[in-house]
Ligand binder design. Structure first.
Ligand code: 3H9
Length: 707
């Protein structure tokens, strides 16, 4: 037996316990340990049945994802789970799988090979492999339709979303929910079924449906997937694999699944999504802030500013159970802010996201106010007032006066210097940036901006807070635009240059949308409001280097009052439902302005569009990295995936550059440098890594990253 698996017994029932913390993944040694335990049980006449259970906080959360990287690089041959699952199913003594926490992926497949499943009421069941660009690879697509029906199996394998114990019971995945001690309940169940014939999942076919119904299920699933999971390989393969279950005997279905699984495993998409999985966890690790750093408990909060951002942040806090005071200076603005929050909650109720009671409870947690009277007790204040340094400093001076010692004073600024804001207080160590993305109650990203005086406790607390709010916090340094917006500048600059040089507005957006971006850069500008950037550009015009080309079309559109969606016109025109349509007038205006400016127009290929926009991101990302404003390349990837609609299956901009090859990226950037001048100066780090034949990921590992 390995140390990862223990065999004990209780009242004639064998108990196999998997102990591979933290999530009992099926790492090498676990399948072997279970197999050995089964052999011993088979030869022990005193044992009548087997309970298979996970030690610690969960049942098995899947195959060991770290092993996949070793498999694709040829270092190991893979887990070979299928024979173990057949051995469990063929065991003469019934095997009862007892599930708490999560039975995910290979864990779910292991559970389905058992003859019975009992579960804690809080257990969850899922085949989340698609989220890693994979499909179930240990007969999940073959056993799940036999237990839960074809439609549900397709839904679970294609979405990757789990079901809870109650639903699993209804679906037939689980035989009993155990209240109280799970092991005791599982042993009691085992005593009931011991000695009786045990059902084998693979031999069941009553839920496999008929050809006509199944054809409809598969074609509907393929249609939805093409729309909702555009460009993704794994969901399509998952449908193919479940279809195989309905058309072939079990053994052949398993072979078909294996082939599809291997195809996914070696795909660039899967490698990228696995990178994203580990990177999301890596960003929580801050080299100079140990895990055990004291975290300030946040029992209550306040938000200053009830505009779009302030209201969204208040909702995010309230949704996580944190009572929040929402302050404005003007009653009418405050009323409008609260009305928007109320209507957002009402919309969520209408869409079935939560019940009216839940909405009411959340709303009740938000207390509107015009004064600082209720600020003296709160643990955290987030300022979300208009973006201007003088105003922000004024607010922070007030916050310093009214807040209790130790309260965190955070600014939601997206561009301003956090150290200068902190200088308005007597406690810069308590000041930090928490840059939410709009709409703040929905978007997952929060850039946590570390000021030069921000204390480790304050940083650790804000990182933890992001998690509590169901978001991903990424620590960034204090530079103009921080990480996300600093990179977004060159990206959108190139989109505009391309239009000036002859690419159509729609052609630019289409090329990036075909790459997988949630939205093209020009349509994104229309959504955010073109006037925002216009105002900032006017404020910083004095910093522009003379002779360096600046895009000008967007400013001209703003001068005509075309601010984007909110004014019904920007790069596109919009109807009253804010649906976009191409605007021929914009094309004509651009041609006229460009002619006047003496810029020649030409045919531009979709490849040039994506290369220029994406490599502008990468080049700025490389600069940020070498200047230390992002901790690792993977931090930048997580920012772009969660805040800027970068496709997760491309792994983020820095990972994407690694997959293209940094030498190729560098060569192309050098070509742009020759053609378009100094704005394309290659980042020194990019040059260095390209010359050394290295990747950003390798650079990160050299700097101590573990992902
Ligand atoms: C699969 O099963 C394929 C099969 O069909 C078989 C084919 C042959 N492996 O998320 P957390 C680590 S594919 C390795 O922070 P939580 C994680 O990196 C797999 N490591 O905790 C982290 O490490 P660290 C299908 C794993 O409580 C630590 O555990 N299964 C794995 O917030 C804690 O994780 C999945 O996709 C793993 N499978 O959430 C499930 N899982 O502390 C993936 C976790 O060093 N896992 N780690 O940063 C999850 O969804 C969540 O981890 C879970 C717990 C919900 C289980």
């Amino acid at each position: 037996m390995t140390d990862l698996v223990q065999l004990t017994s209780d009242n004639g029932i064998a108990v196999i316990t998997i102990n591979n913390p933290p999530v009992n993944a099926l790492s090498p040694g676990v399948p072997e340990g279970i197999s050995e335990a089964l052999d011993r049980i088979a030869h022990d006449d005193a044992l009548k049945a087997t309970v298979l259970i996970g030690g610690g906080r969960t049942f098995v959360a899947g195959a060991d994802i770290k092993e996949f990287g070793k498999m694709t690089s040829g270092k190991t041959r893979g887990a070979g789970l299928l024979p173990l699952l057949l051995k469990i199913e063929d065991s003469a003594k019934p095997v009862i799988v007892a599930i708490h926490g999560t039975a995910f992926g290979g864990g779910m497949e292991l559970a389905m090979a058992g003859h019975y499943r009992v579960a804690a009421a809080t257990a969850q069941f899922g085949q989340p492999e698609v989220k890693l660009g994979l499909i179930p690879g240990a007969a999940g697509t073959q056993r799940l339709p036999r237990l839960a029906g074809v439609m549900k199996a397709v839904e679970m394998c294609v979405s990757g979303n789990p079901v809870n114990a109650e639903e699993a019971l209804k679906l037939g995945i689980v035989n009993r929910i155990v209240e109280g001690d799970l092991l005791a309940g599982a042993i009691a169940f085992a005593l009931e079924v011991a000695g009786k014939p045990a059902p084998k999942t693979r031999e069941r076919d009553e839920k496999l449906g008929n050809a006509t119904e199944n054809a409809l299920i598969f074609s509907a699933a393929r249609e939805t997937t093409a729309k909702k999971q555009r460009g993704l390989l794994a969901p399509v393969r998952a449908i193919d694999a479940v279809e195989a279950a309905t058309k072939m005997p079990f053994e052949d279905g398993c072979k078909a699944e294996q082939k599809l699984f291997i195809g996914c495993l070696f795909s660039e998409q899967s490698k990228s999504l696995i990178h994203v999985f580990f990177s999301e966890r890596e960003v929580a690790k801050i080299p100079d802030i140990p895990r055990q750093t004291n975290v300030i408990p946040i029992h209550s909060a306040a938000v200053v500013g009830a505009g779009t951002m302030g209201g969204g942040i208040a909702m995010a806090l309230a949704n996580a159970g944190i009572p929040v005071v929402l302050k404005e200076t003007d009653q009418a603005v405050l009323d409008r802010g609260i009305a928007t929050i109320r209507s957002n909650y009402a919309n969520s109720v209408k869409r079935g996201r939560f019940s009216p009671q839940v909405a009411e409870e959340r709303l009740k947690r938000i207390t509107p106010t015009l004064t600082y009277d209720d600020f003296s007790d709160v643990d955290l204040v987030i300022e979300a007032v208009f973006e201007g340094m003088a105003l922000k400093k004024e607010v922070f001076k007030d916050l310093d006066r009214v807040s209790k010692p130790g309260a965190i004073l955070a600014s939601n600024t997206s561009t301003l210097n956090i150290d200068e804001i902190a200088s308005a207080t007597s406690r810069p160590d308590s000041v930090i940036g928490t840059h939410f993305f709009s709409p703040a109650n929905v978007m997952r990203l929060v850039e946590i901006v570390r000021g030069k005086a921000s204390s480790k406790e304050v940083v650790a607390t804000c990182m933890q807070l992001a998690k509590t709010l169901g978001k991903v916090g990424v620590l960034v340094g204090n530079c103009r635009g921080f990480v996300g917006n600093r990179m977004f500048g060159p990206y959108r600059r190139e989109a505009q240059f391309l239009v000036e040089e002859g690419a159509g507005v729609e052609a630019v957006d289409q090329a990036l949308s075909d790459f997988g971006m949630a939205m093209g850069p020009l349509a994104t500008g229309d959504l955010a409001g073109l006037d925002v950037g216009w105002r900032i550009r006017k404020e910083y015009r004095h910093l522009e280097v003379p002779g360096v080309r600046q895009p000008f079309v967007e400013d001209r559109l703003c001068e005509l009052g075309r601010y984007g969606q909110k004014t019904g016109a920007g790069w596109y025109k919009y109807d009253d439902q804010r649906r976009a349509a191409p605007d021929p007038a914009v094309g004509e205006l651009i041609r006229k302005w460009v002619d006047e400016a003496g810029i020649g127009q030409r045919e531009i290929s979709p490849t040039e569009i994506t290369d220029r926009c994406l490599y502008a991101l990468v080049n700025e990302g490389a600069r940020i990295l070498e200047e230390g404003f992002a901790l690792r390349a993977c931090d930048i990837d997580i920012i772009y995936i969660n805040g800027y609609g970068f496709p997760a299956h491309r792994g983020g901009p820095m990972w994407y550059a690694d997959t293209v090859g940094l030498k190729r990226v560098y060569d192309r950037i050098s070509e742009f440098h020759r053609q378009h001048g100094e704005i394309w100066q290659p980042a020194p780090l990019l040059k260095q890594l390209a010359e050394q034949g290295k990747t950003f990921a390798e650079f990160g590992r050299e700097q101590g990253a573990t992902a």
